[in-house]
Design a protein around this ligand. Structure first.
Ligand SMILES: Nc1ncnc2c1ncn2[C@@H]1O[C@H](COP(=O)(O)OP(=O)(O)O)[C@@H](O)[C@H]1O
Ligand SMILES: O=C(CO)[C@@H](O)[C@H](O)COP(=O)(O)O
Length: 509
């Protein structure tokens, strides 16, 4: 039997899974790391934490599985997108990574739009300048830390830094590179025009591959440390969402998925390039060679729930420990006891600004309608509903673009939660399904590794053999709930419009 490894370098943790070639999970391991917010709206992580988590979890799955190193034919890495990793001449990390949800680069976005031209920027990179994307982070370091910029010899994305550690190669692939705003997305190669206009030296960037292509093999010292073989191939892999698409079988037109990780995403496959003229959803290359996708992003989806548990619903963790269950079991029990609309409490999940649909770095979270009768149960329900309203906004724009979605899969930490999945089915008004392997991105890149290692002929072929849907977890929409949620969703949408200018005032105080 052949085996494949998928690594998902998330924002909350790295999850590494060893699959057999039929998609069965043989062993898995995870390791958490911190997210640093040194200023309001800033977000950083340490690339060294990602490196240590990847090495530790690979070693663990190889050991726990008992699989012979030579039978592990391929490895793929999926990662949180957009983060900026800068390495010096010796390959050492220069500063912490400024990651995807950091909002400090509004001025640099203006600089990009001015230098490239708004129309040309969308024609080439398929997206307007956004604070989340890597190009503005590169310019921020050049504008604010010229000494660090001068030392920088290699610019990598988070997962590509881990690839460098494993293989010694400076490589990336089209799906993640799309989120740097330096790629010509229709042509799937670096844009000389954008690089010249922004005065970024192309030699700083890694070589671009398609996602299933082989980018290298495991270095001898890493093989020694992890128990892998030096003949295991490492493929391009994918940004976490493009990887999750492969891992949930979203590899042809009509298919879509929603994920709740730290962020939340609604993603639809598209065999033709399709761009929202208002830039509210992103258009990127997908992991299937020759295809693209559109996706809407909620900045703080699972992160809103994590924030809620750390700061407001702290009792859930304590009681869960006492009762020997998970905190989400108790949250779910409370949410189910609370009616739709959380007793007239609405939560706006804008803890880190928002991308879809507002593209606003300065908006922030709100509990609207707070009354003395409200409890943490109402707040928990309001947070879950707020996340789902935001994902519904993403889905509505994709539908508005004429992209026909017939099937919605769910994945990510939040999709493990049946209450959350039902909420999404009710709000989207369509069936929401899941696959048996809970780690969508890890399975997705393991599938890509299977193609790169020559076990499968194509990504589509590998998906047919490695993905198994879980019929027991299918959620069907309840028409009465859809109608009820819609009333609150209308008010939820109006609240942003009403507060838009006040957010700006707050940011300038
Ligand atoms: N059972 C659950 N119900 C709802 N949300 C959950 C559950 N388990 C995890 N989460 C949420 O999922 C997020 C982590 O998901 P994950 O896909 O691992 O994220 P990432 O890839 O960003 O590290 C956390 O922020 C947490 O709030
Ligand atoms: O910024 C984006 C997509 O554009 C995020 O989806 C990040 O890629 C982070 O992912 P998670 O850690 O939430 O999975």
């Amino acid at each position: 039997m052949n085996y494949l490894i998928g690594i998902d370098l998330g924002t909350s943790s790295t999850k590494t899974v060893l699959f057999d070639e039929e998609g069965t999970v043989i062993a898995s391991a995870g390791k958490d790391y911190p997210l640093y917010t040194p200023n309001n709206g800033w977000a950083e992580q340490k690339p060294e934490d990602w490196r240590d988590a990847a090495l530790e979890t690979i070693a663990k799955v190889v050991k726990d599985s008992g699989v012979a190193a030579d039978d592990i034919k391929g490895l793929g890495i999926s990662g949180q997108m957009h983060g900026l990793v800068m390495l010096d001449e010796a390959g050492e990390v220069i500063r912490p990574s400024i990651i995807w949800c950091d909002q400090r680069t509004e001025k640099e976005c203006e600089e990009i739009t001015e230098k490239v031209g708004a129309k040309r920027l969308i024609e080439i990179t398929a997206n307007p300048a956004l604070t989340g994307f890597t190009a503005s982070k590169i310019l921020w370091v050049r504008n604010h830390e010229p000494e660090n910029y001068a030392k920088c010899k290699h610019i990598l994305l988070p997962k590509d830094y881990v690839r460098y550690i494993l293989t010694g190669e400076f490589a990336t692939e089209v799906s993640d590179a799309s989120g740097m705003q330096l790629l010509d997305v229709p042509k799937r190669q670096w844009s000389d025009e954008v690089l010249e206009k922004l005065d970024i030296d192309k030699s700083l960037l890694a070589k671009v591959y398609e996602s299933p292509e082989v980018t290298g093999t495991i270095l001898p010292e890493i093989a020694e440390k992890t128990g892998l073989s030096t003949s295991t191939v490492v493929v391009g892999g994918a940004g976490d969402n493009a990887a999750a698409a492969v891992g949930t079988g979203v590899v042809e037109d009509g298919k879509a998925f929603t994920t709740i990780g730290t962020s939340g995403v609604v993603f639809a496959h598209s065999s033709d390039i399709s761009i929202d003229p208002k830039g509210r959803v992103h258009t990127f290359c997908c992991a299937v060679p020759g295809a693209w996708h559109v996706m809407g992003v909620t900045q703080a989806a699972g992160y809103s729930l994590a924030w809620f548990q750390e700061n407001i619903g702290t009792e859930y963790a304590r009681k869960a420990k006492e009762q020997g269950c998970g905190a989400f079991d108790l949250i779910n029990a409370d949410v189910l006891k609370t009616p739709i609309g959380a007793n007239r409490l609405i939560y706006l999940p804008y803890l880190n600004g928002e991308r879809t649909p507002h593209l606003d770095a300065n908006c922030r979270g709100v509990f609207f309608g707070l009354s003395s009768m409200h409890t943490t149960a109402d707040m928990a329900r309001a947070v879950m509903e707020g996340i789902s309203y935001s994902l519904t906004d993403c889905n509505d724009i994709i539908r508005e673009m004429g992209i026909n979605v017939t099937e919605m899969m769910a994945c990510g930490g939040g999709a493990k939660n049946g209450v959350q999945r039902q909420m999404m089915a009710d709000m989207f008004g369509c069936d929401v399904k899941t696959v048996t392997a809970t780690e969508g991105p890890a399975l997705g890149v393991a599938i890509l590794a299977g193609v790169g290692a020559g076990i499968y002929d194509s990504v589509e072929d590998a998906c047919r053999k490695m993905i198994h849907t879980d019929p027991e977890k299918e959620c069907h929409p309840d028409a009465a709930a859809t109608k009820e949620y819609d009333k609150f969703h209308q008010l939820y949408k109006k609240l942003y419009t009403d507060l838009k200018d006040d957010y700006q005032t707050l940011a300038n105080l």
